[in-house]
Design a protein around this ligand. Sequence first.
Ligand code: SF4
Length: 218
Amino acid sequence: MDNVVAESLVAMPVERKDGTYALRIPLSQGQFTPGMMKTVMETMAKFDLTSLRVTTGQRLNLEGIPKEKLEEVISSLGTKIEKVPPTVGVCSGVGVCKFGVQDSRAMGKKLLEVVKANGPYPFKIKSGVSGCKIACGFSHVRDIGLVGTPKGWDVLFGGGAARNVRAGVKIGTRLSEDEALALIEKALDFYKENGRKRERISGLVDRLGEEALLEAVK
Ligand code: SF4
């Protein structure tokens, strides 16, 4: 790997139960370049760190960092951040996967911009974008889910795989990219106006009912 140039990363510290720290490293749509790998591997070797974990949100967690070494490890990786961007999980999609009928990666980028631009929200938002109905992006159990069909995007809202486990409510079908994103903005307004502090969208939909959501985005 000597010809691979290292890349600077951003990382958010998270304290663990045992007093050590993890550094959460956001990746763009789960993509990891050789330069990023080199930075992480060199840092792990330098500080004798042995646990690097891929999260369900397509991020990396570098675990087991002693408190007194935290700042040095961050400097070795790149830059410290206070908050990682909201999660938009994407499948490999059209161009990579033979089943893909819509461009999940391009749509994932646009969705992330919409989610970032419309905040703050009562609680965190996880999204999943899938290029076809097989839904590898877990679109049915994410707060916001998009599923590609040959005729456009299906939009799901309020899915969850945590305490309020439920499938997202289908609020739109076969929409163009712009139509789908505009609909999601409306649904996010509903969440901002009605969600209680630290209430996920799935909890809100359980509390107020699917009809209230469907009425709000009509
Ligand atoms: S959701 Fe469809 S397009 Fe995306 S990776 Fe899975 S099979 Fe392929």
